[in-house]
Write a protein that binds this ligand. Structure first.
Ligand code: NDP
Ligand code: KPL
Length: 342
C-alpha cells in the first residue's frame, strides 16, 4: 500500500517527535517544513534525546523543505494530511490558515492541528470549507534545546478526533481522524488514540494550559515551586480552573469532578518543569495568549460567565506579549486611532 503523504508545518519539539513517530510506524512519508533549524537539519540531521525512542542521532524524515510546498502548480503531489505544529500565535500575521494554504488540496487534504488552545479550528473553516479538520490534543513533552536538537521528556501521547467543519459530512471527518490514527499508530504500540469527544478533552486540557501556563510565565516559576505555595494555587490557579469549568459548563461540556486536583497534581510533585508558554517567554518568543486565554474570555462574555481572574491574567499576558512584540519590531509605541487614553 502506498504510504500516506504527510506535511508537517513547524518542526520544533512536537513536530519532530510526531515526524519520527509517523515514519517509525512505516505507513507515512513525512515532508518536514523547517525554518530556523532548516540548515542544521539538512547538514547534520536531527538529534532526538528521547525518553521513548532513546538517543536518535542525525535522523532525517523523507524530505526536509524550508517553504510550504505549493501544490496548485501540479509539480508536487497532493498531501493526504497536513500536521500543524507551529505555536498558534493568533494575534500576529501570518495566521495558520495563511501559512498552510499553498499546500492544501481542496476536498482531499485533512488538516490536523496539534496545538494547544480552544477554537483554533474556527479561522480554518471559512478558508478550507471542504477539508476535514482534525484535532490532536497532545500530552507529549518535547523541547528544541538548540537548532535541530530535541529533548523529549514525555512519551508521544495524543487524543485525536474531528472538529466540526459544516462543509464536510461528520462521518467523513470522523473517518479521516480514525485513518490518521491508524497511519500514525498502526500496531497500537503508542498512546495515540481516536477520541470521539475531542472537544471536551480540549477543554479539559485548557484547564491546565490556561492556568499553569500563564501563571508560570508571569512568575517565571516551575510548576513544582508553584505547587509549594498555597497562595499561588489557592489565589491564582484554583480560581482560573473554576472559571474554565464554569465556561465549559455554560457550553454544555461537563468536566471531571476532581478537576482541581487533576490540574494541580498533573506533574510530579517536585518537578522542575516549566510549561511551554513560560519557556517561550524566557526565550523571548511570542506566546499563545489568544487561544489559551483570550478565546475563553470571549466565550465567557457571550455566555455571561464571570471570569475576574482570567481577565486580570489576560491583561498581564497582553502586556508581556507587547514587550516581546516591540523587541521583535512587531509593535512600536504609539496610540492606535480611537484610543481614549491618548
Ligand atoms: N512542547 C510541548 O511539550 C507541548 C506543546 N504543545 C503545543 O504544541 C504546539 C507546538 O509546540 P512546540 O513544539 O513546543 O513548538 P516549538 O516552538 O518547539 O516549534 C514550533 C516550530 O514551528 C516553526 N514555525 C513557526 N512558524 C512557522 C512558519 N510560518 N513556517 C515554518 N515554520 C514555522 C518554528 O520555527 P522557528 O524556530 O523558525 O520559529 C518552530 O520550529 C503548540 O501549540 C504547543 O502549545 C502541546 C503539548 C506539549
Ligand atoms: C504540559 C504540557 C507539556 C502538556 O502535557 C503542555 O501542554 C505545555 O507545556 O503547554
Amino acid at each position: 500500500m502506498a504510504k500516506a503523504r504527510v506535511l508537517i508545518v513547524g518542526t520544533g519539539g512536537i513536530g519532530t517527535v510526531s515526524a519520527y513517530s509517523l515514519e517509525k510506524g512505516g505507513q507515512a512519508e513525512v515532508t518536514a517544513v523547517m525554518r530556523s533549524n532548516y540548515e542544521a537539519a539538512v547538514k547534520n540531521g536531527i538529534d532526538i534525546d528521547s525518553v521513548q525512542y532513546g538517543q536518535v542521532k542525525a535522523w532525517k524524515p523523507t524530505a526536509i523543505v524550508n517553504v510550504v510546498p505549493n501544490v496548485s502548480k501540479g509539480d508536487v503531489p497532493p498531501f493526504d494530511y497536513i500536521l500543524v505544529t507551529t505555536k498558534n500565535i493568533a494575534d500576529i500575521a501570518p495566521t495558520v490558515a495563511d501559512i498552510i494554504a499553498p499546500a492544501v488540496t481542496p476536498g482531499k487534504t485533512a488538516i490536523v492541528l496539534s496545538q494547544n488552545g480552544v477554537n483554533i479550528e474556527k479561522p480554518l473553516i471559512p478558508r478550507f470549507p471542504t477539508n476535514p479538520l482534525i484535532s490532536s490534543v497532545a500530552y507529549t513533552g518535547a523541547t528544541e534545546t538548540s537548532l535541530a536538537k530535541i529533548y523529549q521528556d514525555d512519551d508521544d501521547s495524543q487524543k485525536v478526533g474531528a472538529f466540526r467543519n459544516p462543509g464536510v459530512p461528520q462521518e467523513v471527518a470522523d473517518e479521516a481522524a480514525k485513518s490518521y490514527v491508524q497511519i500514525y499508530n498502526p500496531d497500537g504500540k503508542i498512546d495515540v488514540i481516536y477520541e470521539p469527544d475531542v472537544n471536551r478533552v480540549g477543554w479539559r486540557k485548557i484547564a491546565y494550559n490556561g492556568s499553569m501556563n500563564p501563571i508560570s510565565s508571569i512568575l517565571r516559576m516551575e510548576v513544582g515551586r508553584m505547587r509549594m505555595s498555597r497562595h499561588i494555587i489557592d489565589d491564582l490557579i484554583v480560581p482560573i480552573v473554576l472559571e474554565v469549568r464554569a465556561i465549559a459548563e455554560a457550553k454544555g461540556i461537563t468536566l471531571q469532578p476532581d478537576l482541581i486536583h487533576a490540574v494541580t497534581h498533573q506533574d510530579p510533585r517536585d518537578t522542575g518543569f516549566k510549561p511551554s508558554m513560560c519557556q517561550d517567554f524566557e526565550k523571548r518568543n511570542l506566546m499563545e495568549i489568544e487561544n489559551l486565554i483570550g478565546e475563553r474570555l470571549r466565550e465567557a462574555e457571550k455566555l455571561n460567565v464571570p471570569t475576574p481572574t482570567l481577565k486580570v491574567v489576560y491583561g498581564i499576558m497582553k502586556g508581556l506579549q507587547l514587550g516581546i512584540k516591540e523587541e521583535k519590531g512587531l509593535w512600536s509605541p504609539k496610540y492606535d486611532p480611537g484610543n481614549p487614553y491618548e
